[in-house]
Write a protein that binds this ligand. Structure first.
Ligand SMILES: [Zn+2]
Length: 193
């Protein structure tokens, strides 16, 4: 993951059932840098977008935004972080209804700058029997006690990598859409914090 390999935009489209029906932009390059071969375009068409979303709280966050775009029938935009070990990357995600059945999602790189220290994040499923920290999949911060900190602040104590499970932090939850219609809120589902 070299600083020179900065791709700026990935696009995908999902059906009403949230199956991926098209990918474009720099998807393959971006996927190769981030998720590896499993996410290359030829292997994602027809699969649920949820196969590529880690953690129930993150899924609920994205579902709520999809529903908001569908209900309002207008674009919804959110900012999130998608760092690499050496780079702080701020991204925007724009969800645009193309018609009643299709949502188009554009992820665009807004800014990129080097991190002061290399940060290695590992998912807990590959690292059992270790200390697991909660990480917000929207802003990228990691929970320490009651605080949410930038991963770079923890990296010295975790040179082999910070082991995380994904959630959505309080302030990113507050930025989630709220609906008086009740269509967005789901009963019987709670984030597994
Ligand atoms: Zn957050």
């Amino acid at each position: 993951m070299e600083p020179s390999s900065q791709k700026t935009r990935t696009t995908y489209k999902v059906s009403k059932a949230k199956l991926i029906i098209a990918v474009g932009g720099e998807w393959d390059e971006f996927a190769a840098q981030n998720d590896g071969k499993r996410a290359l375009s030829r292997s994602v068409i027809g699969r649920p977008i949820w196969d590529f979303v880690t953690g129930a709280p993150t899924r609920m966050w994205l579902e709520a935004l999809f529903q908001l775009a569908e209900l309002r029938n207008e674009p919804v935009e959110r900012i999130y972080r998608c760092d690499s070990p050496q780079l702080k990357r701020v991204m925007s995600m724009r969800i645009s209804p193309e018609d009643e059945k299709v949502l188009r999602v554009d992820n665009e790189l807004i800014s990129v700058e080097p991190l002061e220290k290399k940060v290695v994040i590992r998912h807990h499923s590959r690292n059992p029997d270790t200390t697991i920290r909660m990480r917000c999949s929207i802003c990228g911060k990691i929970k320490v006690g009651e605080e949410w900190n930038e991963p770079v602040e923890l990296t010295e104590d975790n040179p082999a990598g910070i082991i995380v499970a994904y959630t959505v932090c309080g302030s990113c939850k507050q930025a989630m859409p709220k609906s008086g219609s009740g269509k967005i809120r789901r009963s019987g589902e709670s984030p597994d914090l």
